[in-house]
Design a protein around this ligand. Structure first.
Ligand SMILES: [Zn+2]
Length: 309
């Protein structure tokens, strides 16, 4: 037996499924990624998409026999039945991901969770949320998702959908949200909503631009771009503080594409949290950027180890 095989014996397989990329890795019990790879998420029907993922799993697994599999997927997911219907993967609607993966790996535990939960768990295991007692992880991109680790354990919920921080209502008379409600955090703080807000105020009106351009302009001091980030940050802070007083948060980590904006997002988020968090047990709450570029994958693997415990 080669050293590599020996090393790979005590591993689990983590799988991260997103609308733009899919990643897989063998991960040891201490969170070390032994082998890993990623592919662009293919388009096509259900079997075509799975064929690409299956190839990735085979390539990453090699001759290792992982003890369990953890899958983190863009939602919605149906944990009870092992199904996924990622909004941005049109070929998968109620796709039986757990059964299909288990058919490849043999009869081992296969855990499935939301990508936002896995992000929070990954940052808790080895990133900016290390050692946190109660952590809120937020992913800000085209939407706003997240996950909670409460008293050191992931909060899943009966349906598997706990911690939908993007749909915490912060203004019941506010803007319509994609979910059907009004005044949700996501209706102000997602990348596209901040861009739309800026354009309504006269910023780059008529141009096709995204949150990256908005962030660059804000960093260069553009007042309208800064105001849009401040609006989004206020909404995020309101959602964070609502969560903080509900579950006694000790840490908040924000990742996702829009979080790459850096200080133009984090400075106003921190200022608004300081303004809104007044009860003594939340006044020290800090909000920090994510540290890992593979938090979702690590969190998926963490679920697999938890399934073995
Ligand atoms: Zn909503």
């Amino acid at each position: 037996m080669s050293d590599d095989t020996a090393k790979a014996r005590g591993t689990v397989l983590g799988i991260d499924i997103g609308g733009t990329k899919m990643a897989a890795a063998l991960v040891s019990a201490d969170g070390t990624v032994l082998t890993g790879d990623r592919i662009a998420t293919p388009s096509g029907d259900a079997d075509q998409v799975f064929a690409a993922l299956g190839e990735l799993i085979e390539r990453v697994s090699g001759d290792a026999a992982p003890l369990a599999v953890g899958i983190g997927s863009a939602g919605p997911v149906d944990q009870q039945h092992g199904l996924v219907s990622p909004v941005n993967i049109a070929g998968w609607r109620n796709f039986p991901i757990v059964d299909r993966v288990r058919a490849m790996t043999g009869d081992i535990p296969v855990a499935l969770g939301l990508d936002g939960h896995c992000f929070a768990l990954g940052e808790f295991w080895g990133g900016a949320g290390r050692d946190a007692h109660t952590l809120l992880g937020i992913v800000v991109s085209t939407g706003v998702g997240g996950g909670l680790v409460v008293d050191g354990k992931p909060l899943i919920g009966q349906s598997g959908n706990a911690a939908h921080i993007g749909h915490v209502v912060i203004d019941q008379d506010g803007e319509a949200c994609v979910c059907g409600s009004f005044g949700c955090v996501e209706a102000y703080a997602s990348g596209p909503r901040m861009v739309a807000r800026a354009q309504r105020s006269g910023w780059r009106t008529g141009e096709t631009v995204d949150a990256e351009v908005l962030a660059a302009d804000a960093a260069a001091g553009d007042e309208l771009a800064l105001a849009a980030f401040d609006d989004g940050a206020q909404a995020l802070a309101a959602g964070i503080v609502a969560t903080a007083v509900t579950v006694d948060l000790t840490a908040v980590v924000i990742g996702g594409g829009v979080a790459k904006a850096g200080p133009v997002l984090f400075d106003p988020v921190q200022a608004w949290v300081k303004r809104l968090a007044q009860l003594p047990f939340v006044t020290d709450l800090t909000v920090v950027p994510a540290q890992l570029d593979n938090a979702g994958l690590l969190g998926a693997a963490h679920q697999a180890w938890a399934a073995l415990a």
